[in-house]
Ligand binder design. Structure first.
Ligand SMILES: Nc1ncnc2c1ncn2[C@@H]1O[C@H](COP(=O)(O)OP(=O)(O)OP(=O)(O)O)[C@@H](O)[C@H]1O
Ligand SMILES: [Mg+2]
Length: 167
């Protein structure tokens, strides 16, 4: 059974998407079955970074209506795959992030690693993906606001019983 890691931060622009993308591509190149999950529904930065191309169905469709997860996952070079963000605005507005845990549970056995990129902020859009993961990696840069935001997220993770680390 694969392990699910989320990249998280309250502050934006600290490298979550870059780290998630590089980790996912490197693991796939090393022969590990890897699934990247772009939970930044509003910005879909990871999907754009990896040039997934035209998106017909995305995570927001999975979170808002009855869609089969196999129909949403795209293969990338190596053994990397991605569950992209993007798609229709209507599904974005209806997306329920608390459905993510059961979706990841459904595919967990198919992968060695699942790497979840999350949006910045402090809302259900990043807390639900963090709760759905086995371990969260807090992204931080050497900037006082980023460090205090990371400390705040660490406290929230403790309250919500979310494991931090990357091990
Ligand atoms: N190690 C690094 N060194 C220098 N620049 C970097 C590094 N990692 C990421 N960047 C750059 O920093 C910017 C923000 O990176 P990225 O999009 O990965 O952050 P993010 O935390 O995902 O942002 P957001 O919260 O908006 O989703 C990008 O322009 C990226 O190329
Ligand atoms: Mg990002």
């Amino acid at each position: 059974m694969g392990k699910i890691y989320a990249l998280a931060s309250i502050k934006g622009g600290v490298g979550k998407t870059t780290i998630a993308g590089n980790l996912g591509v490197a693991l796939g190149q090393m022969g590990r079955d890897t699934l990247l999950v772009d939970t930044d529904l509003a910005m879909s930065g990871l999907t754009q970074l990896l040039n997934v191309g035209e998106i017909k169905k995305s995570l927001q469709e999975l979170l808002s209506k009855r869609v089969r997860v196999e129909d949403v996952i795209h293969s990338l070079p190596g053994k990397t795959n991605i569950l992209p963000a993007g798609g229709e605005l209507e599904s974005y507005l209806k997306a329920e992030p608390n459905k993510l845990a059961s979706i990841l549970d459904e595919v967990k056995d198919d992968y060695d690693y699942i790497i979840v990129d999350t949006p910045p902020g402090l809302s259900k859009y990043n807390l639900e993906p963090m709760k759905a993961s086995d371990s969260c990696i807090l992204a931080v840069i050497p900037d006082p606001t980023a460090v205090s935001a990371a400390e705040k997220l660490e406290s929230i993770a403790t309250i919500l019983d979310i494991e931090l680390g990357g091990h």
